[in-house]
Design a protein around this ligand. Structure first.
Ligand SMILES: Nc1ncnc2c1ncn2[C@@H]1O[C@H](COP(=O)(O)OP(=O)(O)OP(=O)(O)O)[C@@H](O)[C@H]1O
Ligand SMILES: [Mg+2]
Length: 336
C-alpha cells in the first residue's frame, strides 16, 4: 500500500492560557485548553474534530493558523513546523491555510459589497491581478460557491445566513488554499441549509483537492463530511476512528454518550433506544480532574481512572481509544 500523503500532522500539542497571576505577574493557574493532542490529516481528506463546548476545538484551530502561539508540541504542515517557524516563513504559506468561521459576518466589512470583499481577497492571492483577471476570478468564485453573479453588487447584511457562509467560503478560496480549518461553519444555520453547505464543502473538496479540519459539536454533521473523526474532551482527544466506525463501533464511554444524543430518523429505532445522560457539568479546564478527564462523569470509572491518565490504545484500522475500561463499556448493552 502506498504511504499516506499527510498534509498536516499535530504532535503533542498543548495550549495553556494563564488563568490567574500573582501581583508580581507569576502565573499560578493555567487554563489547559488543549492538553497534549496528536492527529494527522491526509491530503484531500477531512478530519472532523467533535466535542462539547469549551473542550478546545477552536483553540486547536487557532494554533494551526498560528493565531494562538502553542505552549508546546508540533504542527507540521508538510515539512514546516508551524509552532516554531519564523514569521517570514509563516507569511510564505499563510494563504495556503485558511479559516472559515461559524458566521463570517463579524469579519466581513459591512461597507464593502460582496464583489469588493472578493476582489480584495483575490488581489492577495496568486496569479494576475489586472482588473480583467480579477473580475473573471471573482465571477468564477461566485460560480464555485453557487451564488448568482448579481450577488457581487449586494452587501453582507442583504444576504441570508447560508449565502453569507457561501461568501465566506468564496473568500477563503480566493487565496487558492490547500488546507481549510472550518470552525463550526454550519452550526448557526437551519438544518436544511446546513445540508446544502455541507454538500458545497464536499463538492469543492473534490474539485480542488482541498484538505479540511472540520470542527463541530454535532456528530451528525461531522459524520456526513469527515473521513476520520477525533472526539475531544476537556483538551484531550479520547477516541479517533474512521467516520463510519464511530456509529457502528464506538468504544469510549464519552463517544457513546455523545452518540446517544444524535437523533435517528427511524422512529422505531429512536423509540427503543436508551439515552445516556451525562451527569454533572464539564469540569473547568483550570481545575481539570486528575487521571482520566472524563472519570467524574463516567459510569464505568474505577480507581485507576481517578489517578492514571489512560494512554491511547490502538484497536486496529486507525481506531485509537484512551480509556481504562473499554471492555466494561463494550459489554454494557444498555445504551445500544
Ligand atoms: N484567550 C483565551 N484566554 C483564556 N482562556 C481561553 C482563551 N481562549 C479559550 N480559552 C478557554 O479554553 C477552553 C477551550 O476553548 P475553545 O474556544 O477552544 O473551546 P471550543 O471547543 O471551541 O468550544 P465551543 O464549542 O463553545 O466553540 C475554554 O475553557 C475557554 O474558556
Ligand atoms: Mg469553538
Amino acid at each position: 500500500m502506498p504511504d499516506k500523503d499527510i498534509l498536516l500532522r499535530v504532535e503533542n500539542l498543548k495550549m495553556y492560557f494563564p488563568a490567574t497571576k500573582t501581583l508580581g505577574g507569576r502565573v499560578t493557574n493555567w487554563v489547559k485548553a488543549v492538553d497534549d493532542i496528536s492527529f494527522e490529516v491526509e491530503r484531500g481528506k477531512t478530519y472532523g474534530l467533535v466535542g462539547e463546548s469549551g473542550c478546545g476545538k477552536t483553540t486547536t484551530g487557532k494554533c494551526i493558523l498560528r493565531i494562538n502561539e502553542a505552549t508546546s508540541g508540533h504542527i507540521y504542515y508538510k515539512d514546516m513546523d508551524l509552532v516554531t517557524a519564523s514569521k517570514s516563513d509563516i507569511a510564505k504559506i499563510r494563504r495556503k491555510i485558511q479559516l472559515i468561521f461559524q458566521d463570517p459576518y463579524g469579519s466581513l466589512n459591512p461597507r464593502q459589497s460582496c464583489g469588493d470583499i472578493l476582489r480584495e481577497a483575490v488581489v492577495l492571492g496568486p496569479g494576475r491581478h489586472d482588473s480583467k483577471a480579477t473580475k473573471e476570478r471573482v465571477a468564477e468564485l461566485l460560480q464555485t460557491v453557487e451564488l448568482l453573479p448579481d450577488m457581487a453588487d449586494r452587501y453582507p447584511h442583504e444576504l441570508s445566513g447560508g449565502q453569507r457562509q457561501r461568501l465566506g467560503i468564496a473568500r477563503a478560496l480566493a487565496c487558492d488554499p490547500e488546507l481549510i480549518v472550518c470552525d463550526e461553519p454550519v452550526s448557526a444555520l437551519d438544518v436544511s441549509i446546513q445540508a446544502q453547505i455541507i454538500n458545497l464543502f464536499q463538492k469543492i473538496q473534490k474539485e480542488l483537492g482541498l484538505t479540511y479540519v472540520f470542527i463541530a459539536h454535532d456528530l451528525a454533521v461531522v459524520r456526513h463530511i469527515a473521513d476520520t473523526i477525533g472526539v475531544m474532551y476537556l483538551g484531550h482527544i479520547v477516541e479517533t476512528m474512521d467516520a463510519e466506525e464511530i456509529f457502528t463501533h464506538p468504544m469510549h464511554p464519552y463517544t457513546k454518550a455523545l452518540l446517544s444524543a444524535v437523533p435517528i430518523t427511524d422512529y422505531d429505532v429512536e423509540r427503543s433506544r436508551h439515552r445516556i445522560l451525562l451527569e454533572g457539568e464539564v469540569p473547568s479546564p483550570i481545575h481539570a480532574p486528575t487521571g482520566c478527564p472524563f472519570h467524574p462523569r463516567c459510569r464505568y470509572a474505577t480507581e485507576a481512572c481517578k489517578h492514571e491518565m489512560p494512554r491511547m490504545k490502538d484497536y486496529g484500522n486507525g481506531h485509537m481509544v484512551a480509556c481504562h475500561n473499554t471492555e466494561a463499556a463494550q459489554k454494557d448493552t444498555v445504551e445500544q
